[in-house]
Design a protein. Structure first.
Lengths: 468, 449
């Protein structure tokens, strides 16, 4: 015990210097590898940021710093499949002129700058609300306070996106290390294009085209058609530029074509149906191979939605921000609530279990549910609604890793994978479970224990303080 | 609990298409058989026989309809229900790149309510904010089916145009003379009726150039050459389809002068207006509308709700019909949509239409205007079994719809709906109680708030 205390003290100072031992062994802990077996009393060895060995018969290297793991459980680091963490001031997309002309207030230059004055968009040619070329990896800021908060939930890896506008930009997979250089965080620079349909400034404020859902859909379709044509002309020019006018460079289309997949929003079953059809259409138009992901999926508890998703074989990111009742008036009058809304609120947390049962590949994502207690509670809600604890863990580790094609480096405790681990006292996602330490890239972080008084109820809107 | 919910679902789910005979009803066919008392046989979703005496197919369900009235399902030529995320793309003067088809919302309760008013088909139009609006299409009110399944298969798609005050957008921050106050934004052209005409003509100049470019490309490609295809422009593509007679033009209009302007603009550009919508001054220019070959879809007796509706008369529908125009009465509204039967009835009062002529204005006439009269709009052998059963003379204020079928499938049953109401109320209360019981006390609420 005394040894452990001394050890912790030393390590704290090491953390302050942003350095740690290169070799660590967690011994005699319960190890849930996710990909393989559970070791009731096992050892995991981390070396130079990678998992060196795991098992119940592992020799602890002589140079390893030892964490006695009695009474503790080790899980793979959790992956948040859709986040904005690390991009504190993700600049909003300009209302107009994203692609051509170049008269834009460049977001890349000053991500934290306030929104540029609205420039009215007159149609798809103005590339409204588009920053498809933005790369999350380039927007990362080392000092983002949310990194630490989110890590407190056991999240070691996040797929973080620029989310403003219709074409927000390209997401990056990042490890939640606290360092000097944001570049240290990046696992994969571009994994997909974030497409939003919820509007932004075009709505009501006179920001111009598009100002309706059908306008947004038409715009997205037109941008894909333009990308298709752009590629056609560019390729022809590359083959033989003589006698041919050069095609005008269009960064909105370049950004689109640089994205290996696209994310479409869909909550209601009707929207899931709509976006599955639309996504299939976009894949057909796209000049480069792209896969699709749906995010939101609130009504995925309905058999119709599950059937559609299974049939389309499209992976889903399920929001952990379960619908909550609106603030009730003082007299408690709730007569305006429709049966439909009430059913949705009642059944929404069943979605995860329904997706498992229906054989749909999915991952859970925080959707701005940052505070560790809120996050834990949100996952627990899905477990209470029928999701097994094992599948809850998979939906936050190996499944998102598979969806993004990074299961060869993160998502489970295996030799050679990145040393991202969560060490808990108690079963993960339980109310009373304490996250003792988190390893990211082999670096140890000790989450702050919840402050006194923080044990109260979840906020009405989980993650309302988020950066979305 | 689960059992209860299943029970409700079963009660709401439309019964599959089956063979049945509606007998002893007063049948208003709007077809060659006129009005008679007898039976209608439905088989495989189609009308199999109609007559005073029919052969009852083996195993057919008999629906006794003595004292009841059977009419063709009502068709609304102008509706804005069943869409998600706005029905106007009002930011630009020409929004023909948008399409209602992309935002069909089969969950809109207005669909079910329209069914309860006997409506089986509705032409879902883009709003009237733009000189040239979005692409449109007719839907069948197949409540409970998916967006794709709602679409009226084989129907020619349309596009919405609009003239007069709405596209001028006077006082609207998206257009007119622009916004005043906090948000400084550029105003949208046009701000006058002259401008509306200009927008339409300019758009067709562009569309013709676009069409020429594609026609040249298609011709080269047909010769076996491999030219680079022109850029697909969704906005001009829709207008190219208008020029190729592949897309119907439905024009929102009020005044006689703008109707004449539209006819000239269409003639000059080589396309036809399929219907004039609202067309409250149509009675002044009925001859010209008839000559152009357009239909007219108007209101019964709504007037003076805006400056350009000041010269409306309730005789408009009858007067235009007497000039030989195919006239329909539309709702333009989710509530009015539920009693289009009485709107038709008003044509009997104002203008002395017969009951058949009046009912035609919400059944066969809109079917003709939408080009779907081969399959719907009347009770005739071989047509889709889209039927509405009323408990009294259908154009009476007191008549209620008891049953509605589309393609021989029952989508509305008044008795079942009324019977299911109690269970729905119970479920709602249970859900509310459950939520209250599980809710945590709200400690973050400030006192005395």
């Amino acid at each position: 015990m005394k040894k452990l205390l001394v050890f912790s003290f030393l390590w704290c100072s090491a953390y302050a210097l942003a350095e740690g031992p290169s070799t660590v062994a967690i011994t005699n802990a319960k190890i849930v590898t996710v990909s393989g077996q559970v070791y009731a009393k096992g050892t995991v060895v981390l070396k130079d940021g990678l998992i060196e060995a795991v098992g119940d018969n592992v020799t602890v290297p002589p140079d390893a710093w030892v964490v006695p793991g009695e009474g503790m459980t080790v899980y793979p680091g959790l992956i948040d499949a859709l986040s904005t963490v690390g991009i504190p001031g993700a600049a909003p997309a300009a209302a107009g002129r994203g692609g051509r002309g170049g008269a834009t207030q460049a977001q890349t230059a000053a991500p934290a700058a306030p929104a540029a004055p609205a420039e009215r968009s007159w149609g798809p040619e103005d590339r409204p609300q588009t920053t498809s070329w933005l790369l999350a990896a380039d927007e990362l800021q080392a000092g983002d306070k949310r990194v630490e908060t989110v890590r407190g939930s056991g999240i070691t890896t996040a797929v973080t996106y620029p989310t403003r506008g219709i074409f927000g930009g390209q997401g990056s997979v990042i490890d939640l290390v606290s360092g000097e250089k944001p570049a240290e965080m990046v696992l994969v620079p571009s994994v997909g294009q974030y497409i939003s349909m919820s509007g932004g400034r075009g709505f009501g404020g006179g920001g111009g085209f598009p100002s309706s859902l059908m306008g947004i859909i038409a715009y997205v379709r037109q941008l894909y058609l333009d990308a298709n044509h752009y590629k056609l002309v560019k390729d022809a020019y590359a083959r033989n530029p003589r006698g041919m006018q050069r095609p005008e460079y269009d960064r909105a289309l370049e950004g689109l074509m640089a994205s290996p997949r696209f994310l479409l929003p869909a909550n209601q079953a009707v929207e899931i149906d709509r976006m599955l059809r639309f996504g299939a259409e976009l894949k057909g138009i796209s000049p480069v191979p792209q896969s699709m992901i749906l995010y939101g999926a609130r009504e995925a508890y309905s058999p119709e939605a599950v059937t559609l998703l299974k049939k389309a074989n499209v992976p889903v990111l399920l929001s952990l921000r379960w619908p909550t009742p609106p603030a009730r008036s003082a007299d408690g009058d709730d007569s305006n609530e429709t049966l439909r809304t009430l059913r949705e609120r009642d059944q929404a947390p069943n979605a995860a279990a329904a997706l498992v049962k229906g054989g749909v590949k999915f991952a859970l994502y925080s959707d701005g549910t940052d505070a560790p207690r809120d996050f834990q509670r949100a996952v627990k809600k899905a477990i209470d609604a029928g999701l097994s604890r094992e599948d809850a863990l998979r939906a936050l580790t190996v499944w998102p890793a598979e969806i993004y094609g990074i299961a060869d480096r993160v998502g489970s405790i295996e030799k050679g994978k990145i040393a991202n681990l969560v060490v808990t006292k108690g079963e993960i996602f339980d109310d009373r479970t304490q996250i003792v330490m988190v390893f990211v890239d082999g670096k140890k972080y000790t989450p702050e224990p919840p402050a006194a008084g923080r044990g109260g109820p979840a906020t009405d809107e989980p993650g309302a303080g988020g950066n979305q | 609990m689960k059992k209860l919910m299943l029970g409700i679902l079963a009660a709401l789910a439309p019964l599959g298409a089956q063979t049945f005979v509606i007998q002893n009803a007063t049948v208003m066919t709007e077809g060659s058989k006129g009005i008679f008392k007898g039976s209608v046989v439905v088989k495989d979703g189609k009308i199999a026989d109609v007559g005073e005496r029919v052969m009852v197919p083996a195993g057919a369900t008999i629906i006794e309809a003595g004292g009841l009235y059977l009419i063709p399902g009502i068709i609304d030529c102008h509706s804005h229900i069943a869409g998600s995320g706005g029905i106007n793309e009002g930011s630009v003067s020409v929004s023909s790149m948008v399409n209602i088809k992309d935002i069909i919302n089969p969950d809109d309760i207005s669909i079910y309510r329209a069914l309860a008013g006997g409506v089986t088909t509705a032409n879902i139009l883009h709003g009237s904010a733009n000189s040239i609006g979005g692409q449109t299409l007719p839907l069948k009110m197949r409540w409970g089916k998916s967006a794709e399944e709602m679409i009226f298969a084989g129907a020619t798609p349309g596009i919405k145009f609009a003239l007069g005050e709405n596209p001028k957008r006077a006082g609207n921050p998206q257009g007119g003379r622009g916004a005043v106050g906090a948000i400084q934004i550029s105003a949208r052209y046009p701000a006058t009726r002259m401008g509306v005409e200009d927008v339409i003509r300019e758009a067709f100049n562009d569309a013709k150039a676009y069409k020429a470019e594609w026609d040249a490309y298609d011709a080269k490609a047909a010769m076996g050459e491999h030219p680079i295809a022109p850029r697909t422009d969704l906005k001009l593509q829709a207008l190219k389809e208008v020029l190729e007679n592949k897309r119907y033009v439905h024009v929102h209009c009020y005044r006689a002068d703008e109707i004449l302007m539209m006819i000239r603009a269409a003639d000059d550009n080589g396309f036809k207006v399929r219907t004039f919508q609202h067309v409250l001054e149509g009675y002044k220019v009925a001859k010209e509308i008839k000559e152009h070959g357009a239909g007219a879809s108007t209101f019964s007796d709504w007037w003076a709700y805006k400056i350009e509706a000041i010269d409306a008369i309730p005789f408009n529908a009858a007067l235009m019909a007497k000039k030989g125009i195919v006239v329909s009465l539309n709702s333009d509204d989710a509530e009015l949509m539920r009693h289009l039967n009485t709107e038709a009835g008003k044509a009997m009062k104002y203008g002395g239409m017969s009951e058949t002529e009046a009912l035609a204005m919400v059944t066969i006439n809109p079917a003709i205007q939408l080009g779907i009269d081969k399959t719907v709009g009347s009770i005739e052998v071989g047509k889709d079994a889209d039927l509405a059963l009323y408990d009294g003379f259908p154009m009476s204020d007191f008549a209620k719809v008891t049953k509605v079928w589309i393609d021989g499938t029952q989508y509305f049953d008044r008795d079942k709906e009324v019977a299911a109401q109690a269970a729905k109320d119970t479920e709602k209360q249970q859900l509310l109680d459950k939520e209250k019981a599980t809710q945590r006390p709200q400690t973050n609420r400030r006192p005395n708030q």
